[in-house]
Design a protein. Structure first.
Length: 578
C-alpha cells in the first residue's frame, strides 16, 4: 500500500522536536496527525488515550486475534497488552485492535469448517484495512490458531511496514490414565468408540481432560508448524514458536516484540528485506525437519505470493530431497510441543541445520541481525533427549511432505508420508462427494482394508473452502486401519492427520479435474518414491468420462463463501484471493 506524503504545518501548542521534523520514523502516522487541518483526527485520538507527546511518536498497531471462540486465542488479549507495553517503553505509541479467529477443532467435520480457510483471507484483509487506514508506522500481530498466523503474515507482507509476528504459544498436554493427550486424541477416540474399544464413559473422560486451558493444539500440528516456519522465516523473534501459552517466557516475548518493532521502524527494515526466497527455503527446511503439517505448503505459497516472491510447489520437493525429518513429534511421532520446549525448542535444531549447511545463515530477521548471528550462541540439545534425532539417525532420511503428480493430479498434490505407513499403496476407489458421507461409512465399517477413500468436491472452489479431513483420518486411525486404507481428496488435512493421506489434488474436481471422473472400483496407486498418483485408466477412458461429466452447481450463491469461490485460485498456487 502506498500513501502519498503531504507536508504539514507544525501543530500550534505542541513542542516541535527533532523527531517531528524528521518524519522518517513516522512515515504514515504523520500524514494522519500532523498539522492544523488534522485537528479532528487528533481530537478522536485524544478520546482513546492520546496525549500531546504521543502525536510525535511512531504509532504501532498491535493486531490481537483474541477471542473466546477457541482456547488457542483466549489469552491473546493479555499478550497484546504486553506487546503494547514493549512498544511504549521503546518510545512508540501502541494502539491495540482486534481481528477475528475461527476454531478448526470445533467446526471440524461440519459445514462450518468451510469458513476455515476463508478466514485466513478475512484476517489478512482486516489487518491490512485497519493498519492502512489508521496510518500505523509499525505493526505487531499476535496469532494463536492455524489460519490467523498465515493471515497475519499475508497482511504484513501486503503492508510492507516494519513488523513482528508473535505466536500465542502452545497448550499444555491433557492427561488420561497417566497418558499425555490432546485434541487429536479425542478425534481418534471417536474411532475407538465406534470400534467398541472405548465405552461412553471413557470417551467422555478423554473429552473432558484433553484440553486443560489456553494455547494452540499441542503436537506439531498446523499452529506449531506455522509458528516454527515463521520463526525460521525471520519474522518472529528467536524462540517465539517454542513457548507455552501461559508462561513468563511468552509474556516477555511479547514485550520484546513491541521493542523490536520500534527498532525496525528506526532502521527502516521491512518485510521485503526479510521475506526473501532464501528465507522461504529456510522455513521449508525447518518445517520438514520438524515433520510439520501439509497446510504449511498452502500457507507458505500464499505468504510468498503476498510479498512477491516466486515460490513454486516444487520447491518443497527440491528442499525435501536433502532435508531429513529429525523430530519425533505428534501426530506421527511420540512427543508434544511442550516437551520440545523443555529441551530448548527449535533454536538448537536450527543451529544443527545451519551447521550442516541446510539453512541460509545470511538471511535478515526481525532482530535486525542475520539468522546466523541469532544462532551463534545457541546451546545444543541435552545428550539424554530423544525427541530430536541426529543426522545419523533420522526419523526419515528425506521429507515427509511429498509433492505428487500423475493422471489424477496434473497440477500436483500434497502427501504426508512419514514412512511408518509404507511408501506406496494400491487399492480400489471408494468415492464420496463429501466428508460427511465418507465419515459415516468409515465409522459403520463399510470401508474395508485395501480401499482408497476418495473425497471430492471439497476443494477451494468446490467446497467451497477446502475443508480439513481430520474427522475421517482420525476415524481411520481409531478403527485401526491406518496402514490398510488410503484417503485422497481435493480438500486439506489437519496438521493432526496421519496415515496414508493425499490432499490438495489439483485441478480440483469442481473445475473438471480428473478426481471428478473416478468411479467406485477404479484402481488407484500412490507411489511416494516415484512421487506419483495415478488411476489405472487410459487417456481415452478419462477423456470419455470427462465428456459425460456435468459440473455441479455452486453450493452457495451469496455471502462470504460465494465470494470466496468466485475469487480463489488453485491450491497448487496457495488458494489465494488477490
Amino acid at each position: 500500500m502506498h500513501l502519498h506524503y503531504v507536508a504539514q504545518k507544525p501543530l500550534h501548542g505542541v513542542k516541535v522536536t527533532k523527531q517531528t521534523k524528521n518524519k522518517q520514523t513516522r512515515k504514515y502516522s504523520s500524514i494522519v496527525v500532523d498539522g492544523v487541518e488534522r485537528s479532528p483526527s487528533r481530537a478522536m485520538l485524544r478520546a482513546v488515550g492520546f496525549e500531546d507527546a504521543d502525536f510525535n511518536k511512531p504509532q504501532i498497531g498491535i493486531a490481537s486475534t483474541w477471542s473466546m471462540v477457541t482456547p488457542c486465542n483466549m489469552h491473546i488479549n493479555k499478550l497484546a497488552e504486553e506487546a503494547a507495553k514493549g512498544a511504549n517503553q521503546a518510545g512508540g505509541k501502541a494502539v491495540i485492535f482486534n481481528t477475528i479467529t475461527i476454531s478448526d477443532g470445533i467446526s471440524m467435520g461440519t459445514e462450518g469448517m468451510k469458513y476455515s480457510l476463508v478466514s485466513r483471507e478475512v484476517i489478512a484483509d482486516s489487518i491490512e484495512t485497519v493498519a492502512g487506514c489508521e496510518g500505523f508506522d509499525g505493526v505487531v500481530t499476535i496469532g494463536g490458531c492455524d489460519k490467523n498466523m498465515p493471515g497475519c503474515l499475508i497482511a504484513l507482507a501486503r503492508l510492507n511496514r516494519p513488523c513482528v509476528f508473535v505466536y500465542g504459544g502452545t497448550i499444555m498436554p491433557g492427561n488420561y490414565k497417566n497418558t499425555k493427550i490432546d485434541v487429536v486424541s479425542v478425534f481418534e477416540a471417536v474411532g475407538q468408540h465406534a470400534k467398541h474399544e472405548l465405552n461412553d464413559q471413557e470417551l467422555k473422560q478423554v473429552e473432558s481432560t484433553a484440553i486443560p486451558g489456553a494455547g494452540s493444539c499441542g503436537g506439531m500440528y498446523t499452529a506449531n508448524t506455522m509458528a516454527s516456519a515463521i520463526e525460521a522465516l525471520g519474522m518472529s523473534l528467536p524462540n517465539s514458536s517454542a513457548q507455552n501459552a501461559i508462561s513468563n517466557d511468552k509474556k516477555n516475548d511479547c514485550i520484546a516484540a513491541g521493542k523490536a518493532v520500534m527498532n525496525l521502524v528506526k532502521q527502516n527494515i521491512l518485510p521485503k528485506d526479510i521475506m526473501t526466497k532464501k528465507a522461504f527455503q529456510n522455513a521449508i527446511t525447518v518445517l520438514i525437519a520438524l515433520g510439520g503439517s501439509t497446510n504449511a505448503v498452502l500457507h507458505l505459497l500464499a505468504m510468498a505470493h503476498a510479498i512477491g516472491v516466486k515460490l513454486s510447489i516444487d520447491e518443497f520437493t527440491r528442499v525435501g530431497k536433502k532435508v531429513p525429518v529429525l523430530a519425533d513429534l505428534r501426530p506421527s511421532g511420540k512427543y508434544m510441543m511442550s516437551e520440545l520446549i523443555e529441551i530448548g525448542g527449535i533454536q538448537p535444531l536450527m543451529k544443527m541445520l545451519l551447521d550442516k549447511g541446510l539453512l541460509h545463515g545470511d538471511c535478515l530477521t526481525v532482530t535486525g541481525k542475520t539468522l546466523a548471528e541469532n544462532l551463534k550462541n545457541v546451546k545444543h540439545y541435552p545428550k539424554s533427549q530423544d525427541i530430536v534425532h541426529s543426522f545419523d539417525d533420522p526419523i526419515k532420511k528425506d521429507s515427509h511432505l511429498v509433492i505428487l503428480y500423475g493422471n489424477l493430479a496434473p497440477e500436483g498434490a500434497v502427501a504426508k508420508i512419514s514412512g511408518k505407513e509404507g511408501l506406496s499403496f494400491t487399492g480400489k476407489a471408494r468415492v464420496f462427494a463429501s466428508e460427511e458421507k465418507a465419515l459415516e461409512k468409515i465409522l459403520d465399517g463399510s470401508v474395508k482394508k485395501g480401499d482408497v477413500i476418495v473425497i471430492r468436491y471439497e476443494g477451494p472452489q468446490g467446497g467451497p473452502g477446502m475443508r480439513e479431513m481430520l474427522s475421517p483420518t482420525s476415524a481411520i486411525m481409531g478403527k485401526g486401519l491406518g496402514k490398510d486404507v488410503a484417503l485422497i481428496t481435493d480438500g486439506r488435512f489437519s496438521g493432526g492427520s496421519h496415515g496414508f493421506v493425499v490432499g490438495h489434488i489439483t485441478p480440483e474436481a469442481a473445475v473438471g479435474g480428473p478426481l471428478a471422473f473416478i468411479k467406485n472400483g477404479d484402481q488407484i496407486t500412490i507411489d511416494a518414491q516415484k512421487r506419483e498418483i495415478n488411476v489405472a485408466l487410459s487417456k481415452k477412458e478419462l477423456s470419455l468420462r470427462k465428456k459425460k461429466w456435468v459440473a455441479p452447481k455452486p453450493r452457495y450463491k451469496r455471502g462470504v463463501l460465494a465470494k470466496y469461490a468466485a475469487q480463489v485460485s488453485s491450491a497448487s498456487l496457495g488458494a489465494v484471493t488477490d
